[in-house]
Design a protein. Structure first.
Length: 155
């Protein structure tokens, strides 16, 4: 049996037993409210991220909302959606390093509040370059970098 680590794209394709919709437990209802939560498959998050055209943006919250609507759930899971967006970003970077041009434009996916995800490949400076090349203005607020007027550019 091979012990090599999975590539990012293999992680992206490995849906395990996802997606699944679960009842929000009493413990989690204080944070998330009542109803159901969809735990998406990684590829579903990637598919949404791929739809963001040049010059436009999306937030993790918007992705969660789209997933909830798709699965008739109250909410999309914040934790797994964020993790799967991160995996998607690394899978795209992995493909780019191999010379592929048609990759998921992960730099267009922002955290809540228009914040650039410092954990995406290339870090803040690389994403800032890519976003500015597409016409966005990136400003620093405290330790965070945000896309100025990002709300006007959301899909």
């Amino acid at each position: 049996m091979s012990t090599r680590n999975k590539s990012w794209r293999e992680k992206l394709e490995d849906s395990k037993d996802l997606p699944k919709v679960e009842i929000i437990t009493e413990k989690m209802s204080k944070r998330w409210g009542e109803g159901t939560v969809v735990i998406p498959a990684p590829i579903e998050v990637n598919e949404i991220m791929r739809t963001v055209p040049e010059g436009k943006l999306i937030t993790i919250d918007q992705i969660r909302k789209k997933l909830a609507e798709k699965h008739n759930a109250s909410i999309g899971c914040p934790l797994t959606t964020g993790i799967f967006a991160w995996i998607s970003a690394h899978a795209a970077n992995e493909a780019a390093l191999e010379g592929k041009a048609d990759i998921t434009p992960y730099w267009r996916t922002l955290k809540t509040g228009g914040i650039i995800n410092e954990n995406y490949p290339g870090g803040i400076n690389y994403q800032k370059q890519l976003l500015e090349r597409e016409g966005h203005k990136v400003i620093q607020k405290g330790k965070k970098y945000i896309v100025q007027d990002y709300e006007k550019m959301l899909i």
